[in-house]
Design a protein around this ligand. Structure first.
Ligand SMILES: CC(C)(COP(=O)(O)OP(=O)(O)OC[C@H]1O[C@@H](n2cnc3c(N)ncnc32)[C@H](O)[C@@H]1OP(=O)(O)O)[C@@H](O)C(=O)NCCC(=O)NCCS
Length: 175
């Protein structure tokens, strides 16, 4: 199957909805902008330099929508379930700005999305190592990444300002 072709997942055990991975589309932007109710939620997701309050223009710029491979998880009824980016960073397939729609969290969509992004990214970039940043206080996300097999490591470039975000790495996702 071509790498950029949208694909359907098997039916999920906890949801009647079928989900497909597809490239993020500009039409999802207005809804994505509603997922972060305050500055803390926004910066926990988007990083400390993400501008708040935002406009569509600043949001698009700060999320680097034009420069990073950006993906969406979309239900067969059109519901926009998850957002994330996947690119090569210090030799690893790196996930950026992962988020699940607030109304759909806790149903396994984040797990499914990460697995599918990892499948795409490792094939696309020819690496088997995965990475991401997470805010120390983002317990839910951190627990999820640990459960998937990520470990916390120092960022490889000590001169890069990680703004106290934790760098996490995995070579194989836990089943
Ligand atoms: C972090 C985030 C992406 C996780 O997405 P999610 O869809 O809730 O993730 P999952 O459902 O796969 O797993 C998370 C939880 O759901 C539970 N879960 C997993 N599959 C489930 C299922 N089928 N049914 C019910 N619960 C399930 C997990 O046990 C886990 O529970 P816990 O966190 O209470 O221990 C989401 O919470 C989010 O968007 N947060 C805001 C943005 C953010 O912080 N992004 C991370 C930046 S690093």
């Amino acid at each position: 199957m071509p790498r950029h072709t949208a694909r359907f997942f098997p039916s999920e055990q906890t949801s009647a909805r079928r989900m497909k991975l597809q490239r993020f589309h500009e039409s999802h932007l207005p809804e994505l902008m509603t997922w972060f109710p305050d500055e803390t939620a926004l910066k926990t997701w988007g990083g400390p330099e993400f501008r708040f309050p935002f406009t569509a223009t600043t949001f698009r710029e700060d999320a680097k929508l034009a420069s990073l491979p950006t993906w969406a998880l979309v239900a067969d009824d059109g519901a926009f379930a998850a957002f994330g980016q996947c690119y090569i960073r210090v030799g690893r397939c790196h996930f950026g700005r992962l988020a699940v729609s607030p109304s759909l969290r806790g149903r396994g969509h984040g797990t499914t999305f990460i697995r599918e992004l990892a499948r795409w990214g490792t094939a696309e970039f020819g690496v088997d190592s995965l990475s991401l940043f997470v805010s120390p206080g983002n317990v839910r996300a951190r627990d999820l990444y640990h459960r998937l097999g990520f470990s916390e490591l120092p960022y490889p470039d000590p001169s890069f300002a990680t703004h106290s975000f934790i760098y996490m790495v995995a070579t194989k996702l836990a089943q």
